[in-house]
Design a protein around this ligand. Structure first.
Ligand code: IDP
Ligand code: MG
Length: 139
């Protein structure tokens, strides 16, 4: 069912602030079905691997430090047009540029501690989902 799956993480700032429930409620309210979910904490090597594409970016060290600073909630979500619709729901990377009503506008603290991750393509949704879960054909 290509196109119907995306991957998310509720990031350490949002989990630490007690916003997990409020964010999940918005995700479900927007029509996404949670097909797998777990709370865990990334090791340094997990975070470096997950964000490997950003290795050369100036913020990479800050990003790894932040993403390992506390527990995250990882989930696979299902909905028609999941990747694009979820990116709309979470808003721009920089919360000061995110639209009103988006999850980042509501819950993010900064461009780094921006509350939530959302996959940017179908291909990455599968790669990222498989990083935390064993995705089978039915996904
Ligand atoms: P995205 O999460 O909206 O897809 P990406 O450009 O893929 O944004 O960056 C991945 C993550 O790296 C962001 O969500 C944010 O946590 C962090 N990040 C991105 N740009 C910056 C920056 O300029 N300074 C600090 N952290 C950043
Ligand atoms: Mg990205």
């Amino acid at each position: 069912m290509k196109g119907n799956i995306t991957f998310t993480m509720i990031k350490p700032d949002a989990v630490a602030d007690g916003n997990t429930g409020a964010i999940l409620s918005r995700i479900e309210g927007a029509g996404f079905r949670i097909v797998a979910m777990k709370k865990t904490q990334l090791s340094k090597s997990d975070a470096e691997k997950f964000y490997g594409i950003h290795r050369e970016r100036p913020f990479f060290r800050e990003l790894v430090e932040y993403m390992t600073s506390g527990p995250i909630v990882a989930a696979i979500l299902e909905k028609e047009n999941a990747v694009e619709d979820f990116r709309k729901l979470i808003g721009a990377t920089d919360p000061t540029k995110a639209e009103e009503g988006t999850i980042r506008k509501l819950f993010a603290k900064s461009i780094s501690a921006n509350a939530i991750h959302g996959s940017d393509s179908d291909e990455n949704a599968y790669i990222e989902g498989n990083f935390f879960f064993s995705m089978r054909e039915r996904f």
